[in-house]
Write a protein that binds this ligand. Sequence first.
Ligand code: ZN
Length: 436
Amino acid sequence: MEWSWQRIPSEFLVTDVKLCRQGKLGKRKGFLHIRKGRIEGLGVGAPTAEGIPALDGDGLVCAPGLVDLHVHFREPGHEEKETVATGSRAAAAGGYTSVVTMPNTDPAIDNTGMIRYLIDRGKEAGRCRIHPTGAISPGREGQGMTEFGDMVSAGAVGFTDDGSPVASGGLMSNALKYADVLGVPIITHAEDRSIVGKGCMHAGYWSARLGMAGMARAGEDTAVFRDVELARAAGAHLHVAHVSTKGVVEIIRRAKNEGLRITAEATPHHFSLDHSRCRGYSPLFKMNPPLREPDDVNAVAEGLADGTLDCIATDHAPHTVTEKEHQFDQAPFGVTGLETALGVGITYLVNTGVMDLGRLVQCMSETPARIFNLPGGRLEEGAEADFVLFDPTRKWKVVADGFQSRSDNSAYLGETLIGRVAATFRGGRLTWRAES
Ligand SMILES: [Zn+2]
C-alpha cells in the first residue's frame, strides 16, 4: 500500500480492498469511507463520493480491528517486560484495536484506582483501547471478594484471578453470582493445582522422555467442569480462558448444547503447536496451560472452526530474555502473541483448510467484542473506525528484533508465517503502519 500523507485526514477513503466482515470475505473489491473517526460508508465497487483523499488498498483485506480478550501488559510492577505503552504498540502492530488486560500485575488490579490507572495509561499511549479486568479476590490470594460494583463503574469488563485459579468453589460461586448482577463475565483460569503440582509441561510421552514433571489434562478438565456447573447453578456468564485440552472442548460443547452461558477462547499456540516442541528444552515453549498432544491441538482448532470455542485470544505474556534463559523447569510460563496471532491463524487454520478467512476474522474481532460487550469489532456504517488492513498472502519471517513488544519471547521465532498487517486504525487514526 502506497500513500504519501504525513497525516491522516479526518475524512478519507480506502479503496480497492476486500472487506471481511460478519464471517465472510467479500468476493469483489470494495471501499471504506471514514469521516471524523467513524465509518461513514462502505460497499463493493468504487465509492461514489468525489474529491476525498484515498488510500489504494489493492491486494489488502480490510477487517474490523482485532480484539484480544487476554493480554498481560505487566504494568505496574514489571515494566522491564512490558508497559501499557509498549504493549499497545505491539497490539497495534498485530492489527489489534482493543485488548482486555489481566489483573495479575504487581500489585494486582483489585480496586477502582488501579482500574482507572490502566484506562488512563491506555489513553495516554493512544494506540489501542484498554479494557481492564479486575481481580476476583484482593491480591489474587483467593480469600474473599473485591468490590466488583465499584470496579465495573470504573470500567472493569470482567473479573478473574488469572495467572492463578480460584481454588475455592464457594468463592467462584459467589463471584459468578455478583458478576451476573453487574452484567459482566467471570473468566476462569482453570487449573487444579493439587493435580498439576510442580508440572512444567504437558504430562505425556515428552515429559517422561525429557524427565520433566508433567501437568495432566485432568488438572484443566476437572477445573472447567466445576466452573461450568457453578455457572449453571448461578445462571451466570462464565468465560473459559486458554482452552488447551480435547476434554475441555467437549465439556464446553455439551454446556453450549444445554444452553448455558459459557464462552471460551483458545490461544494461537494451542491450536498450532504440540508438546513435542519442548524436546529441545527451550523455555519458548513453556506456557500454562502447556502445549499438549496433537489430538488436543486438532480438537482446539476444530472447536474454533465449529463455534464451540468462540474466539482466539493471545495470552500475550512477555518475559525478559534473562528470565527465559533459565533452564526449562526454572523459567517462567508464557509467550508473547500479539504480533504473530493473525499470521499464525492464517498459516495454521486458514491455509490448512480448517476454516476460511471470514471465520478467522470473526474469531479474532467480531465475536470477542460481542461476548464481552466491547465497542469495536464492527465494520459497518456508523461504527467507530477501528479497522485493520492486511495482506493475507504476504510471507514474513519472525525475528527477535522485529517486535514492538518490549519482550521477544515468541514461540514462533525463526518461523515463516503467512499473512501480515499493513496498517491499523483506531477511531480513524493511524496506530500502526508496516514499513513496506
Ligand atoms: Zn491464565
